[in-house]
Write a protein that binds this ligand. Structure first.
Ligand code: FES
Ligand SMILES: [Fe+2]
Length: 403
């Protein structure tokens, strides 16, 4: 069968399994895979990341480990196992594995058995930062886990939303390089929805100009609203897409959101909606990082049409599990998306040549006290009416998510 260049490009941009070009590129970065608060309820979690099924465990000794989920004895799932010492013990016949994937005990075998010395499963580095557990599935030596400012700096209240989204990671991440959709989806469409329930409209603004700029960790998106001066922060500074696919943006100087888009497999992505917010004056910052649901559908199965985050999820999901990018009709307004895809493919090629891609950090000085990202102090549009409904809903549900 003839494989045309569009098919190759589509695969290089979207597939994340081990051995694929994008899969190998994504494995050069650390990804969040859990919130630490989840382990207060249960010390083992099943994780799927970059097409690999894994068992994440946190033992009573304080050892954190991430290993292949399938027990090589007869295939039971280690994420149904029990913690023991520094490892995870399979529930079925008790084989015990440590974080590097070595099998250290096979209790149902004769004591003279050497079987365990031949058993090895995948074992990956894990670390904790900002109330999240992070994993690295790439080659050694692992790069540094980027110390994102708002995850570790003093003086912030932190929480994280969490959504499993049934589509490919790229159609989520590239949304960040698509500023024009704010005007259409989050303003005009919002008002169409709000009119149907008699709610007051949000203010509609127009983009006078947009621009994109490569920087050390990704691409900066800048917008100039009609009526704003060229001195505006949004035009002078903007906010970043941090490679491979993380958005950082400010509601205002005291409230920022990261969206960590984590590829689960080719057709599924988990988004961590990580919020850092200054505590009210006179209050001490909170010390835990709670988890909240950020749904895209109502209990009766409809998309939450009037909710800003759910609107984004609606347009990501309805493109299909993996949209065929070769069937699109890109225009001038897609310049940022085109730049992102082109730059991603360049980074994929760098990895194929054995080089580090853009944004990988190995120098501790660059990561100390934290890696600083350019970010405007606030965005110049007010979606607070739509957002307030979201936060009223979400924050009333603040809780640790049961496993
Ligand atoms: S299947 Fe895991 S110990 Fe038997
Ligand atoms: Fe959006």
């Amino acid at each position: 069968m003839k494989v045309d260049s569009r098919t190759v490009r589509q695969a290089r941009l979207t597939y994340v399994d081990r051995g694929t070009p994008m899969g190998e590129y994504q494995r050069r970065f650390w990804h969040p895979i859990a919130a630490t608060i989840e382990f207060e309820k249960w010390p083992v979690k099943k994780v799927r990341l970059l097409g690999e099924d894994l068992a994440l465990f946190w033992t009573e000794n304080g050892t954190l480990g991430l290993v292949g989920d399938r027990c090589p004895h007869r295939g039971a799932s280690l994420s149904c196992g029990m913690t023991d010492g520094d490892g995870i013990r399979c529930a079925y016949h008790g084989w015990l594995y440590e974080g590097a994937g070595t099998c250290v005990d096979t209790p149902t075998e004769p004591v003279t058995s050497r079987l365990k010395s031949r058993i090895k499963i995948a074992g990956y580095p894990v670390d904790v930062m900002g109330g999240l557990v992070w994993a690295y599935l790439g080659p050694q030596p692992a790069p540094l886990l980027p110390r994102f400012e708002h995850l570790i700096a003093d003086g912030w209240n932190r929480s994280t939303g969490f959504t499993s989204i049934p589509c490919n990671w790229l159609q989520i991440a590239e949304n960040t390089l698509d500023p024009l959709h704010v005007e259409q989806l989050h303003m005009k469409y919002t008002n169409w929805v709000r009119a149907r329930s008699g709610e007051a409209p949000v203010k509609v603004r127009h983009h006078a100009r947009v621009d994109y700029e490569l920087f050390d960790y990704g691409i900066l998106k800048k917008r100039l609203w009609e009526g704003d001066s060229e001195d505006s922060d949004e035009w002078q500074v903007g906010h970043p897409l941090i490679f491979p696919g993380t958005l950082l943006f400010p509601y205002n100087a005291d409230y920022v959101q990261y969206q960590f888009r984590v590829p689960v497999d080719n057709e599924n992505t988990i988004v961590y909606w990580y919020h850092a917010k200054r505590p009210p004056t006179g209050e001490e910052p909170t010390t835990t990082v709670p988890v909240w649901d950020n749904p895209f559908k109502s209990p009766d199965g409809e998309f939450l049409f009037g909710n800003v985050n759910a609107q984004d999820m609606m347009v990501w999901i309805t493109q299909g599990p993996i949209t065929d990018h070769s069937l699109e009709h890109l225009g001038e307004s897609d310049r940022g998306v085109a730049l992102y895809r082109k730059t991603l493919l360049e980074q994929v090629a760098r990895v194929e040549r054995g080089e580090d891609p853009l944004g990988v950090i190995r120098d501790p000085a660059e990561n100390t006290p934290y890696v600083r990202m350019p970010i405007e102090r606030h965005v110049g549009y007010d979606l607070s009416a739509a957002n307030m409904r979201k936060f009223a809903f979400s924050e009333s549900r603040l809780r640790s998510r049961p496993l």
